[in-house]
Design a protein around this ligand. Structure first.
Ligand SMILES: Nc1nc2c(ncn2[C@@H]2O[C@H](COP(=O)(O)OP(=O)(O)O)[C@@H](O)[C@H]2O)c(=O)[nH]1
Ligand SMILES: [Mg+2]
Length: 245
């Protein structure tokens, strides 16, 4: 399986991302070149009509698709719905705000099929978090905490940037609660099942346009941090501990 032969589904959640979607799609299409792929944008009926923009793009390039959700809202459930609808052999999760460079998709996909799962990591040599120092610092502290509770075998528990074989997604479906907590639980479940996993360094940057749903208001951000911390403990209690570390 390689970029040239495997079919790839890039799943991106979006909410009010009109300013980022065209560039994100263009860069992914360029990156994946003539490989077999689809780009699935799961949009929760954004007031800025991101979904409408993607519908227009679909007319130009049928590989670019939108799932418009009217009744549902939320990052984790959007990714779960996109993953369930994906037709590719390799599923890639990516934000569409360009904080994660779309070109790095190839670095993850290149690790499959040797590995079942490849995850972008900010905390390995070569990786970086270039956002505001406070946001980066809090993320580091949170990951130190998570490693202490869930295991030192893994570095970036809140990455959100991953590629995996479809089979992995079937055996380890996402828990659809909360915002980014789904990723911590998914990684932990995957390590319990002994999937072959690798972390790949990448540089995480600022979103290109629009507002973050998590750090535009300090109260929202702090509430989220508390939810994440609780969820880590709940995950440990729900799934038990790993046999090896
Ligand atoms: N479908 C959907 N996507 C969302 C929702 N909230 C955030 N997103 C998307 O999830 C990604 C991460 O959100 P973002 O606001 O950038 O959070 P941050 O990266 O933590 O600052 C972006 O691509 C958002 O457009 C939501 O409720 N529904
Ligand atoms: Mg973002």
């Amino acid at each position: 399986m390689s970029l040239k032969t495997a079919s790839i589904s890039v799943v991106m959640p979006s909410y009010n991302e009109r300013g980022n979607i065209p560039e994100a799609v263009e860069r992914i299409v360029e990156t994946l070149g003539d490989s077999l792929f689809e780009i699935l944008i799961v949009d929760d009926n954004s007031p800025d009509k991101t979904w409408e923009l993607v519908e227009e793009m679909h007319k130009e390039d049928p590989r670019v698709k939108v799932i418009r959700r009217i009744e549902k809202r939320g990052l984790a459930s959007a990714l779960a719905d996109g993953t369930n609808a994906a037709e590719g052999e390799i599923i890639v999760w990516l934000d569409c705000d360009l904080g994660i460079p779309p070109e790095d998709i190839t670095k993850l996909v290149a690790k499959i099929p040797e590995y079942d799962i490849a995850i972008g990591s900010r905390y390995l040599p070569g990786g970086m978090d270039t956002r505001h120092w406070f946001r980066g610092w809090l993320s580091t502290v949170f990951n130190v905490y998570t490693r202490a509770i869930l295991g030192r075998h893994f570095w970036d528990w809140t990455s959100g940037f991953a590629a995996a074989k479809k089979d992995v997604m079937r055996k380890c479906p996402l828990t659809e609660e909360g915002f980014g907590e789904y990723f911590i639980e998914w990684v932990y479940m995957c390590t319990l099942r002994d999937f072959k996993m690798v972390e790949v360094p990448y540089r995480y940057g600022l979103r290109k346009a629009g507002e973050s749903k998590t750090d535009s208001d300090i109260r929202v951000f702090l509430k989220l941090a508390i939810n994440y911390a609780w969820r880590v403990l709940a995950i440990r209690m729900k799934h038990g501990s790993r046999k090896k570390s």
